[in-house]
Design a protein. Structure first.
Length: 156
């Protein structure tokens, strides 16, 4: 609202009307985009090497980015190589384990096939420590190592 009681139009600010100026011919417009200045080619303030400096800066950035990319690719190759090596080791270990389990399965199938043989079952029972009721089981325990070391040495 203005002092006169009427509302301000969009082109008026509370402190007064906005004024826009048009630049003179050959001048760049002033304002928020005034940072972009048009310089004629014959102006003494123009630096003819400036585009070269920009090109050098751009090429330096491109080289740095390429080196970073190569470094990243090298690291990724190293990580994937280690992962492949670990996987191959694990596969070899599992293949050995499968071979051992197949051998054990073959042995167990053979034992199960011989389960009807009386002598074989008696042999297995004796290996587990079983005896017939009329037999006596003797367990021979070797003497401790300290008793063996304390014997006098036999000399001539």
């Amino acid at each position: 609202m203005l002092d006169s009681g009427r509302m301000a139009s969009p082109r008026e600010a509370p402190f007064g009307p906005l004024r826009f100026s048009t630049p003179a011919s050959g001048e760049a417009p002033a304002g928020p985009r005034g940072a972009t200045r048009v310089v004629p080619p014959d102006d003494p303030s123009r630096d003819p090497r400036r585009p070269v400096r920009i090109a050098r800066g751009v090429s330096a950035v491109v080289v740095v980015l390429a080196l970073v990319g190569l470094l990243q690719a090298g690291v990724m190759i190293a990580i994937e190589s280690r992962r492949l090596w670990t996987a191959e080791r694990e596969i070899a270990r599992l293949e050995r384990e499968v071979t051992d389990l197949r051998r054990e399965t073959t042995d167990l199938i053979e034992i199960a096939g011989r389960g009807g043989d009386e002598r074989f079952r008696e042999h297995l029972a004796r290996r587990q420590g079983y005896v017939y009721p009329d037999e006596t089981r003797y367990v021979i325990v070797p003497p401790p190592a300290s008793l063996l070391d304390d014997r006098p040495a036999a000399g001539p």
